[in-house]
Design a binder for this molecule. Structure first.
Ligand code: C2E
Ligand code: CA
Ligand code: CA
Ligand code: CA
Length: 278
């Protein structure tokens, strides 16, 4: 009775009603927006030793009234409503189409694309089949596609996770562990997962020059990656000092505002061309 009473109160809370109405609206906008082509992939360059080696694909929503909406505002909602499934499929297909378009280009042909995958999407039993079908229909080079997974989505049925990753890796697809260190990290499962890369979360990069604890964590993650034979990339690199710190400590791959924020396809391609010696 107490719970029902609280529910009733919540129901009549006007602020709450606005929030619910807003969510319902956003959800239905999202559904139609996917079909209307309002979503767009932005690309943030990944750099190794001064060279752009690829990009992380980050979804943006060109909302007709709200303008460019950040994924922080709609990805969690899309996850709750299940809309992340059609959206995630669209993201993966777009990234693969882009890889295929670049593949014959002398300058852009070597670029890899990292795609964020949400837990719900990855847990679909048909995920691996779907990826393989998309790779086949688009003709994207499988070795240039990388998926970013987060720690929290990998716990649970670890055997199924390993099988799924192994199946895709058999075709050359690669895997990165995103936001490393922010979730539940058990070293024993880290050793078992067929990963290619770990990504140092930006929260361990931000104060790396001023906070000795953060510096120690960053160094530890880099050493861990090396000992497990994984590539290590840092995200959220904003200053030259941060980049130098990381490089001195053995991490020469990074992305961040220091080079570029995520940008449109045209802007990304222009950036790659500008940085390629003639
Ligand atoms: P994430 O995967 O951790 O992506 C990194 C976020 O950090 C991006 O935010 C990026 O714009 C931002 N960032 C990059 N460099 C810097 C920097 O130097 N400084 C700072 N302060 N921030 C930096 P964004 O694009 O807003 O994406 C937010 C999150 O939304 C992503 O976090 C990811 O979890 C999710 N997301 C984005 N695109 C997709 C997608 O296609 N599918 C799924 N499932 N999630 C996505
Ligand atoms: Ca990511
Ligand atoms: Ca990340
Ligand atoms: Ca992050």
């Amino acid at each position: 009775a107490k719970a029902a009473g609280r529910g009733l109160l919540r129901f009549f809370d006007p602020a709450m009603q606005v929030a619910v109405a807003e969510r319902v609206q956003l959800e239905s906008d999202m559904r139609s927006g996917i079909e209307a082509g309002q979503f767009e992939l932005y690309y943030q360059p990944k750099v190794q030793q001064g060279r752009i080696i690829g990009a992380e694909a980050l979804v943006r929503w060109n909302h007709p009234e709200r303008g460019l909406v950040s994924p922080l505002q709609f990805v969690p909602l899309a996850e709750e409503s299940g809309l992340i499934l059609p959206l995630g499929e669209w993201v993966m297909k777009s990234a693969c189409e882009q890889l295929a378009r670049w593949s014959t280009h002398p300058v852009l042909g070597h670029l890899s694309v990292s795609v964020n995958v949400s837990a719900l999407q990855f847990r679909q039993p048909e995920f691996a089949q779907q990826v393989l079908a998309t790779l086949a229909t688009t003709g994207a080079p499988t070795r240039l596609l990388k998926f970013e997974l987060t720690e929290s989505m990998l716990i649970g049925d670890i055997e199924a996770t390993i099988t799924k990753m192994g199946q895709l890796r058999g075709y050359g697809v690669r895997f990165s562990l995103d936001d490393f260190g922010t979730g539940y990290s058990s070293l024993s499962y880290l050793k078992r997962l067929p990963l290619d890369e770990i990504k140092i979360d930006q929260s361990f990069v931000r104060h790396v020059l001023t906070d000795p604890n953060e510096a120690a964590i960053a160094r530890t993650i880099i050493a861990l990656g090396a000992s497990l034979d994984l590539e290590v990339i840092a995200e959220g690199v904003e200053t030259e000092e941060q980049r130098v710190f990381l490089e001195r400590n053995g991490c020469d791959m990074w992305q961040g505002y220091l080079l570029s924020k995520p940008v449109s396809l045209a802007a990304f391609e222009a950036l790659v061309h500008a940085r390629t010696p003639a």
